[in-house]
Structures are given as structure tokens and as C-alpha cells.
Design a protein around this ligand. Structure first.
Ligand SMILES: [Zn+2]
Ligand SMILES: [Zn+2]
Length: 147
């Protein structure tokens, strides 16, 4: 059987790679317009992430953008994403030890949220205690020089 084609009433037709709907034989893409739009949206997400974090691993992209690995892999197979061997990687989250495969992040997304929360509360506490520490000091009249 020809890949991505099927017989409809004896006639060979092209079908959408994703939803299997019949598409125009002359279509530039292997997807129906609806699926094509959805796929472009996903690709935009990946593209945006890669602009910010060049050379991110598929694993990292999945973790950070929520785009499943097999979809990222599809883009690789279609030639839209290119795989480059990776020698430098942080393998694990420094906090919980989960797999990261990222050169950009030291912590996984959930740990980053936790750390942010902790930072926020430390900042708040600091601000509270600083109310005394950063107060301007003045010498009280009459008691300035004690012997
Ligand atoms: Zn479709
Ligand atoms: Zn973590």
C-alpha cells in the first residue's frame, strides 16, 4: 500500500496524516487545512522556545512547553527540526533529581515554581526585618555623648 494514500471507491486518494480525512490530491501538505493549522500552532510554540533556548533537547521542550516528544520527533522526521548531537547537558534537576536533559535549566518546572515561592517568602521576610535595619538613625538630643 502507498504511504499516506488510500483507495476510496476504487480511486487512490490522499488522506490527512493526522485525522485521515481525504485531502486534495494537489495539496502542498500532508494534512487537511484544520490539522495543518493545529500543527503550525504547535510548531510555533516549539520555535518560540528554541529562539529563547537554542539547542534545547526534545526532552526539555516536552517538559517546558508540554508538546509531546513524539510530535517533536515528527517534526524531525519531516525535516523541520534538525537533531544535533549533544555533549553538554545538565542531566538532572538539582533539587528533586528528576531527568532534565537540559543545558538551560538547573531545575525542573515544578521545582522552579517552588523555588520562586520560597524566594518570594524570603523576600517578604527580609522586607519585614529590614524595616528596622534600613531605618535612618538619628542621635537623640541630650544623650548624644555619654561619659
Ligand atoms: Zn486532518
Ligand atoms: Zn525538580
Amino acid at each position: 500500500m502507498v504511504k499516506n494514500k488510500k483507495y476510496n471507491k476504487g480511486i487512490l486518494v490522499r488522506t490527512c496524516k493526522r485525522c485521515k480525512k481525504i485531502i486534495d490530491e494537489r495539496s502542498l501538505y500532508d494534512y487537511c487545512p484544520e490539522c495543518f493549522r493545529k500543527i503550525e500552532e504547535i510548531f510555533d510554540k516549539i520555535e518560540e522556545y528554541l529562539k529563547e533556548y537554542p539547542g534545547a533537547t526534545a526532552f526539555e521542550i516536552e517538559q517546558e512547553t508540554g508538546v509531546p516528544y513524539h510530535i517533536i520527533n515528527n517534526f524531525v522526521r519531516e525535516g523541520r527540526l534538525i537533531e544535533i548531537p549533544n555533549e553538554y547537558l545538565n542531566f538532572e534537576c538539582k533539587r528533586c533529581g528528576c531527568l532534565l536533559l537540559s543545558a538551560h535549566h538547573k531545575y525542573c518546572p515544578s521545582c522552579r515554581r517552588e523555588i520562586e515561592k520560597e524566594l518570594e517568602s524570603t523576600k517578604k521576610q527580609l522586607r519585614k526585618s529590614l524595616n528596622h535595619e534600613n531605618a535612618k538613625m538619628h542621635i537623640k538630643h541630650g544623650e548624644g555623648r555619654r561619659k
